[in-house]
Design a protein. Structure first.
Ligand SMILES: Nc1ncnc2c1ncn2[C@@H]1O[C@H](COP(=O)(O)OP(=O)(O)OP(=O)(O)O)[C@@H](O)[C@H]1O
Ligand SMILES: [Mg+2]
Lengths: 263, 290
């Protein structure tokens, strides 16, 4: 379905944020993209969504296709209409608007009756959002805000839902709830998911395939089982050393390993 | 007491014009973060256009107003398309400079086409009016009050209930996310400019009918500025209410304290208010959860 091929992205014409990224998401699949801070994960998602230009970002190489059709250069609203939607990092709700108005905006690309139907659908996915529908979004708790952010994206009834660090700053219980909802979405509604996470363990537990990105390059990919057995992944993303103990991330060895990946 | 009422009522009737111009400022600022310093000039331009139309065809007032609504909407869209849209992505300050340039240009064009002599805007409501006790109000003044009420209610309903209106608030809150959701942000901007121009245009026709036309009409835009600051730059309704407040205040301070205070009293008030409420009386402080 979605194919990202050797994509290269720069900001301000010079800052290379993504050097070489390739990934594939198939129908109904949950795919995760893992990487540390500044690796280029969000940049890839913004590139797919067509919203690099407000930040002076530009895709200077490679291809992005949805069902074989080119996505690069399309306007953000066309991309939403084609069924690809992003839940941005940090939720980015329209804080002064009510929850329901936020949701309404997620459905702006659809006609009124389709949007009304989608609203019921979102309420069925997140019953808690329904309870809060009249509240000002900025005053919700972090977990509720994340549900609204995902719900807002679902209002466009996407085929591919992209989530940028949905677990950021949330309590384990809420994270579990949200991840369960996401899993259900892919299983029951056949929504494909591209999940960006720092929490590798969590992401790999629901994904069927994963990519690891370092300094703008996809350096490794495979099934969760393969990735979880890889020593480097274990050490840098799951926080275990070969002997199984948690390790200090600032280890010198850590730096050396990372260097090896990049060369 | 009579004197007080007289001052208050005439203050309200000019304040209504400030309020209308202020709503235009606030709407554009809210949607696009740009202060359009040409708001008063757009008002002047439309009222002069209304002069040409009214002197070529003797239209009844309401038809004239209708024509001017369409005309000013088109002017607003053209301004946005020609001068503002190319500035997208530049910093806000540059765009504000463009509006200042536009303001100077419009003033020059008006004088170039229509001359610098004061003129009467010939409409069929002309000098008619109604006597309320000892206060006399021109029909156009009453219309202006009514028009402000219509605008306030209309804007409220638009921003609250229409999808485009909610999209405008959403864009004001977070532009990038608005794009992400598929909101046509360019169209939202264009619409804000068009609505602001229509409000300015109608105010221009009313102001012209009441006070006549002159090359210094644009100063009303400047005089309305304290109203928006007082109301909170991003509060469309705050601008309307503060417009009236400033109008009344100007009149009272001149009537009771002395000549010359009229010009500065508005600015004095905002100085004081901004020290206490930096985001204005009705502006939104950032929503922050702690
Ligand atoms: N608007 C921007 N202008 C310039 N450089 C940017 C911009 N946004 C991101 N970058 C740079 O691009 C690189 C990748 O950033 P990106 O936000 O994609 O990382 P990320 O993988 O999402 O990190 P995190 O996990 O911290 O969210 C970083 O080096 C960052 O400094
Ligand atoms: Mg990121």
């Amino acid at each position: 379905m979605l194919n990202v091929n050797n994509v290269q992205i720069v900001y301000d014409n010079v800052i290379e944020a993504v050097r070489d990224a390739s990934l594939t998401v198939d129908e109904g699949q949950i795919v995760t993209l893992l990487g540390s801070n500044g690796a280029g994960k969000s940049t890839i998602l913004k590139g797919i969504s067509g919203v690099l230009y407000p930040e002076e970002g530009d895709i200077i190489g490679g291809t992005i296709t949805l069902d074989g059709e080119n996505m690069i250069g399309r306007k953000p609203d066309e991309i939403v209409r084609s069924g690809v939607v992003l839940v941005p990092e940090g939720r980015q709700l329209f804080e002064p608007l009510t929850v329901e108005e936020n949701l309404m905006m997620g459905g702006i690309t659809r006609n009124r009756s389709a949007a009304a139907e989608a609203l019921e659908y979102v309420f069925s996915v997140f019953p808690r959002v329904k309870e809060k529908r009249g509240m000002i979004a900025g005053y919700l708790s972090g977990g509720e805000q994340q549900m609204v952010a995902i719900g807002r994206a679902l209002m466009s009834r996407p085929r591919l839902l992209m989530l940028d660090e949905p677990s950021l700053g949330l309590a384990p219980q809420i994270i579990a709830e949200i991840f369960e909802a996401v899993t259900d979405l892919s299983k029951q509604s056949n929504v494909s998911v591209l999940l960006v996470e720092q929490n590798a363990e969590l992401a790999l537990s629901i994904a069927s395939y994963g990519y690891i990105i370092e300094n703008g390059r996809v350096v490794m990919d495979g099934t969760p089982a393969k990735l979880m057995n890889n020593e480097d992944v274990k050490e840098f993303y799951l926080g275990f050393s070969e002997s199984g103990n948690r390790r200090n991330m600032r280890d010198v060895k850590h730096y050396k390993r990372r260097k090896r990946w990049l060369s | 007491m009579d004197y007080f009422i007289l001052l208050t009522v005439s203050g309200i009737s000019i304040g209504v014009i400030y309020g209308l111009i202020g709503m235009g400022y606030a709407l554009i600022f809210k949607a696009t973060s740009v202060v359009n310093f040409a708001q008063g000039e757009v008002m002047m331009l439309i009222s002069y256009m209304a002069f040409s139309i009214a002197s070529s065809w003797s239209l009844p007032f309401w038809s004239l107003l209708g024509v001017c609504v369409v005309l000013s909407g088109v002017v607003g869209l053209l301004i946005e398309r020609i001068f503002i849209r190319p500035m997208l992505g530049q910093d806000v300050f540059s765009t504000v400079m463009v509006t200042i340039g536009m303001a100077v240009m419009i003033r020059a064009v008006v004088v170039l086409i229509w001359g610098a002599d004061p003129m009467v805007l010939p409409t069929d409501i002309g000098d008619s009016g109604v006597e309320f006790g000892m206060v006399f109000l021109y029909t156009a003044q009453i219309y202006a009050i009514g028009f402000l009420a219509v605008c306030v209610f209309g804007m409220w309903a638009f921003l609250r209930f229409s999808r485009m209106g909610v999209a405008m608030r959403a864009t004001a809150a977070r532009e990038t996310t608005a794009l992400l959701m598929g909101i046509n942000v360019t169209r939202v901007y264009a619409l804000a400019w068009a609505i602001a121009a229509v409000i300015a245009g109608v105010s221009g026709v009313l102001l012209g009918t009441i006070y006549g036309l002159g090359p210094d009409m644009w100063t009303q835009g400047l005089r309305a500025f304290p109203a928006v600051i007082l109301g909170g730059l991003d509060s469309v309704f705050g601008a309307a209410i503060s417009g009236i407040l400033i109008g009344v205040l100007e009149n009272l301070s001149e009537g009771y304290i002395g000549h010359g205070l009229k010009e500065i009293s508005g600015f004095l008030v905002i100085l004081v208010v901004l020290m206490i409420r930096p985001y204005g009386l009705f502006g939104t402080p950032e929503i922050e959860r702690v």
